[in-house]
Design a protein around this ligand. Structure first.
Ligand code: ADP
Ligand code: GLC
Length: 489
């Protein structure tokens, strides 16, 4: 009998639930390593030890060692501490340095974040060497960790880490880590020849950290198949479409899942009335009532409650929502918004709440507990994004029997099958072009089924809860990819 060799993977990124999370990257950095560990992979997650990590976790970290590391072009060196925390089969190593990580939530602005993540990327590799741990795969996430493939093949070329292969995952191409070349040269001390047009250089005199990582990574992945295609076009490519087309031979799309224990309506301590697929049709009502009470909305089971849980940026299609929201408020509909972000959207949602008291509630805040209660209490969840690499909120919604209404882009297209009234099939309501009228129409189609064909609606709720949105299938794809990069000999 042939035994499968155990693969070892270092996951390196800038956020990870429950320590620090601003969006879906934090969820993925938690759930995918956990799923891989359950599949007999040996996984370490390497993160910055931000000051904003709650003290209940800080207190449990154990000191693993420290050293000084050269970083800058003028020879300036910095302290690197390693603090460790082991949980659920995954080892978390936090890179400790107060100069870089004592401020921010966790991000601040590019002026500070560029040096911060130059330091972090090099420190993560140096920490692997220090711990004498040469993983088969170094799996880097987004621009904050994208210098790693470049540093590995230049500054770390004569170390044991040379044998490791790199995977770079794009979670969101909008953020690339672009700054002027002299600053990047100073903070990385990378050789001049990588600051050319094929690696770092962009525009006249800027350096693009993500672009460089994409050039040097052994494999590039992104978080859905549709987005993998989209980013090769000018509209979605954010200036890198040509570069990505050039490297498309090593690009794969693997759709995200969610952690079905973290998101489990049957076992969710944040809910007043837990439920599963067998009793959702009655028990979801209890959650709707509790949500309406919590938010000061008119308490009534007859209202169609639409949730929106999102970073408030133009990526999320909020211009469309702003255009149509007044038209939705017809006495039968309530809208609940949970999010923070750009002032213009925070302001517009606050105004809607004032104008439509009792029907609209805008929670301009970040609140995990409230997010769970909206997923459970709403009838539908809106995700009308301009672009969406994968999107997790529609997956969580389905797991909670809440019907998604989404634009057919990126991972939304790959995970929500449109409702078909003739075959009574599908998981949600979708629209294609980025137009307010089409979003309005999709919501009205949902409302019509909800109010006039409730049994069809209820069947869709149950189909959604039965859908497999776990990491299982996709974690297997990642593992196969790691095996392909580092086969059994
Ligand atoms: P993105 O990563 O682009 O922000 P995703 O859909 O991948 O979008 O992931 C968003 C994650 O952040 C989900 O887990 C969602 O529940 C959570 N989230 C977003 N905004 C808030 C908020 N204001 N409060 C609590 N959770 C939020
Ligand atoms: C990004 C994307 C989102 C994706 C998440 C996790 O923040 O905007 O679509 O789900 O990363 O991969």
């Amino acid at each position: 009998m042939e035994f499968e060799t155990r693969r070892s993977i270092a996951f390196i990124g800038s956020e990870c639930y429950p320590f620090v999370k601003t969006g879906g990257l934090g969820d993925v950095m938690y759930a995918l390593p956990k799923a891989l560990a359950e599949m007999n992979c040996d996984v370490k997650v390497i993160l910055p030890r931000y000051h904003c990590i709650p003290s209940k976790y800080q207190e449990k970290m154990v000191y693993r060692g420290s050293f000084n590391m050269d970083l800058c072009a003028d020879g300036r060196s910095f302290y690197v501490g390693i603090m460790e925390y082991v949980w659920d089969g995954v080892v978390y190593d936090f890179i400790d340095n107060d100069e870089f990580f004592s401020y921010g939530n966790p991000y601040t602005n590019l002026v500070d974040d560029i040096p911060k993540f130059c330091y972090f990327s090099k420190a993560a590799l140096a920490a692997l060497n220090y711990m004498n741990w040469v993983p088969d795969i170094i799996h880097c996430h987004d621009w904050q960790a994208s210098l790693i493939p470049v540093m590995l093949r230049t500054q770390f070329a004569n170390t044991a880490l040379w044998d490791s292969k790199t995977v770079l995952t794009i979670h969101n191409l909008r953020f690339q880590g672009v700054y002027n070349i002299p600053t990047l040269k100073y903070w990385t001390n990378l050789p001049d020849d990588v600051f050319n047009i094929d690696v770092f250089k962009t525009g006249y005199e800027d350096a693009n950290m993500l672009k460089a990582g994409l050039a040097y990574a052994d494999i590039i992945t992104t978080v859905s198949e549709t987005y993998a295609g989209e980013i090769q076009t000018p509209f979605y490519g954010d200036g890198l479409d040509e570069h990505i087309r050039h490297h498309s031979g090593k690009l794969r799309g693997i759709v995200n899942g969610i952690d079905v224990e973290q998101w489990d309506p049957a076992n969710d301590p944040k809910l007043s009335t837990p439920y599963d697929i067998s009793n959702v049709l009655t028990q979801k009502r209890g959650n709707k009532k509790a949500l309406q009470e919590e938010l000061g909305l008119e308490v009534s089971d007859d209202k169609f409650v639409i949730g929106l849980i999102s970073r408030l940026t133009n990526q999320k299609g909020l211009d469309l929502v702003n255009e149509i929201l007044p038209g939705l408020i017809d006495g039968n509909t309530q809208v609940v918004v949970l999010g923070t972000g750009d002032a213009v959207y925070e302001e517009s949602f606050r105004n809607f709440e004032n104008w439509f008291k009792g029907s609209v509630c805008s929670c301009i805040m970040y609140d995990e507990g409230r997010a769970h209660r909206i997923y459970a209490g709403a009838d539908a969840l809106l995700v009308p994004s301009l672009f969406e690499p994968c999107g997790l909120t529609q997956l969580i919604a389905m797991r909670y029997g809440t019907v998604p209404i989404v634009r057919e882009t990126g991972g939304l297209k790959d995970t929500v099958q449109p409702y078909n009234m003739f075959t009574n099939d599908g998981n949600g309501f979708t629209f294609d072009r980025y137009e307010a009228g089409l979003l309005y129409d999709a919501i009205n189609r949902a409302k019509t089924i909800y109010f006039t064909d409730r049994w069809q609606w209820d069947e869709m709720v149950q189909r959604d809860m039965a859908k497999d949105v776990s990491w299982k299938a996709s974690a297997e794809k990642y593992r196969d990819l790691y095996m392909e990069l580092k086969p059994n000999y």
